[in-house]
Write a protein that binds this ligand. Structure first.
Ligand code: SAM
Ligand code: SF4
Length: 328
């Protein structure tokens, strides 16, 4: 078991496989992108698999691949195949913007991937292109349908809600659960390397935050009913529109934060363990891997550095990396 100082059992590893992305979502990346890392700085698939094997032998049960955009890294299907071969992983999943999913959904499923989380902040193609700075809604939609056809389930759609960007669309997005057995999860925007002007008519920084309480109020006309459910993190509160096959959920890192239940650790694409998404502390592990050092003490050190909770309330924001560089 990997216990931290606050007796939280760390069972969930998020692995960023690349810091590159084919979108430039306004809340995640600057318009010009982030400086590219050299090939040598990025962990190879063999190195990622070696670390995952160690982490799973110590008690990690869930692994999520993320990015940047994981599907822009060449041969991601090979990594999925390598990881599904590791005994002890109970859940291997992928977070993607779905732009390339039309092509990869079937091979990923054949390689053993069970499910995907997909970012989708709007159903309006023009708005989609503005938010992602050039992404194609039609292609992403085809990617979502391809994931469904490939049996990747349940499909979870992540919606980052920003005032003045898509807060008027919450009902419309939740109504997708009436026609599809999808989970639509509304996420509070985190003030994370994104406080600059987004251009293109987006509201300025102090006005963007739209709280989970406001989301719940906006959804009142749908008469959401609580449904009890257990996800891999334990009990989770989800909701259903009466008669819907899908579910609605909320992720509130700020308004109703879940630090006391945090069971995660992150591995960045350049080989650093990050104990908390919302703090800059990291522990490098890449060079230790490459020189054949023992990795378990480094993993334990990173877990020991997990804070009791983030400090956003005290206006302490992570500054050294952008979200796309960590993987959410
Ligand atoms: N490119 C993939 C995608 O978009 O799904 C995976 C990486 S992305 C960084 C992972 C998740 O982080 C996405 O669901 C995205 O919407 C979310 N995200 C990015 N920036 C965020 C922010 N500032 N606040 C809240 N969520 C954010
Ligand atoms: Fe890329 Fe995902 Fe960030 Fe959008 S949210 S810029 S798709 S990493």
């Amino acid at each position: 078991m990997l216990l931290d100082r606050f007796q939280r059992n760390i069972t969930y590893l998020r692995v960023s496989v690349t810091d590159r992305c084919n979108f430039r979502c306004v809340y995640c990346m600057p318009a010009q992108g982030i400086p590219r890392r050299s090939h040598e700085e990025i962990l190879t698939y063999e190195e990622i698999a070696e670390f995952v094997r160690l982490a799973v032998s110590q008690g990690i049960r869930r692994v999520r691949l993320t990015g940047g955009e994981p599907l822009v890294r060449k041969n991601l299907v090979d990594l999925v195949r390598m990881l599904t071969g590791i005994p002890g992983i109970e859940d291997l999943s992928l977070t993607t913007n779905a732009f390339l999913l039309e092509e990869y959904a079937a091979p990923l499923s054949q390689a053993g991937l069970k499910r995907v989380n997909i970012s989708l902040d709007t159903r309006d193609a023009t708005r989609f292109s503005r938010i992602t700075r050039g992404g194609s809604f039609e292609k992403v939609w085809r990617g979502i349908l391809a994931a469904e056809a490939a049996g990747l389930a349940p499909i979870k759609l992540n919606v980052v809600v920003v005032r003045g960007m898509n807060d008027d669309e919450i009902i419309d997005l939740a109504r997708l659960t009436l026609t599809h057995p999808w989970h639509v999860r509304f996420i509070e925007v985190m003030p994370f390397g994104n406080q600059q002007d987004w251009g293109n008519g987006f509201p300025p920084y102090p006005q963007r935050y739209f709280s989970v309480q406001e989301m719940r109020t906006a959804l009142e006309p749908l008469q959401l009913q609580p449904v009890s459910s257990t996800n891999h993190n334990g009990p989770a509160q989800e909701y259903q529109i009466p008669g819907a096959s899908g579910r609605v959920g909320f992720i509130s890192p700020l308004g109703e934060h879940f630090c006391d239940k945090c069971n995660r650790i992150r591995l960045t694409a350049d080989g650093r363990l990050r104990p908390c998404l919302l703090m800059d502390t990291e522990v490098p592990i890449r060079e230790a891997m490459r020189s054949g050092e023992e990795l378990l003490p480094i993993l334990q050190q990173a877990i020991d550095l997990k804070p009791e909770g983030h400090e956003l309330d005290e206006l302490k924001f992570p500054e050294k990396r952008k979200m796309a560089d960590i993987g959410g």
